[in-house]
Design a protein around this ligand. Structure first.
Ligand code: COA
Length: 167
């Protein structure tokens, strides 16, 4: 069994991206696809730091766009491992919009939950170190990650049964 690691060992705390005019959609707010691309990269960094192996995005359980970000703001990405299973890990990402000019006022704009799978040198899933959540928030995220996984399994099972019934 690999040694358990706390989320803080692999977390990304403040990856900062400056929004420029070419990052905006036709509504003048930051393009969602750009934010998704950056958060997937940041989550990959966290997953690989934890697993110490190449890790790939297997699924995205949710991306919640809570509020738009605009021209002149910075996007701050924070990401950490929420839970590990055998070869997979849930990475939670929070994105903050920061107004650089007005007292660095901050707004929470996106929450996302991605599952990564660690691969060995033959590109086969390989076990990851267990996670040791320490703070109250880390323990809450640990519990909620299992709920999301069970929800995903239940959805997949229900879809399979419905398709079998309709065949
Ligand atoms: C993700 C991938 C490696 C899983 O391979 P697989 O042979 O189906 O793996 P297994 O069925 O043995 O499952 C391995 C783990 O992956 C997890 N997994 C597989 N499919 C998943 C999915 N859609 N969502 C979340 N987890 C998934 C399983 O739950 C299992 O986790 P556990 O070991 O912690 O219980 C494979 O589907 C793949 O390579 N997908 C493409 C990944 C990719 O290209 N991503 C984009 C670029 S990074």
């Amino acid at each position: 069994m690999k040694k358990a690691k706390p989320p803080s060992e692999s977390a990304v705390n403040d990856h900062t991206y400056r929004i420029f005019p070419n990052d905006l959609n036709s509504h003048g707010t930051a393009f969602g696809g750009l934010i998704m691309s950056i958060l997937d990269r940041v989550a990959a960094v966290v997953a690989e730091r934890h697993a110490q192996n190449t890790s790939v995005t297997a699924s995205v359980d949710a991306i919640h766009f809570l509020a738009p970000a605009g021209r002149g703001e910075n996007l701050i990405f924070m990401a950490a491992v929420n839970r590990t299973w055998n070869t997979s890990m849930e990475i939670g990402v929070k994105v903050i919009a920061e107004d650089n000019l007005n007292d660095r006022k901050r707004r929470h704009i996106v929450s996302a939950y991605l599952t990564f799978v660690a691969l060995d040198e033959n590109r086969k899933p390989t076990s990851v170190p267990p996670l040791k959540p320490e703070s109250k928030d880390e323990k809450r995220r640990f519990e909620e990650a299992e709920m999301r996984r069970q929800h995903r399994f239940k959805g997949a099972q229900e879809k399979k049964l419905r398709r079998q019934k309709n065949d």
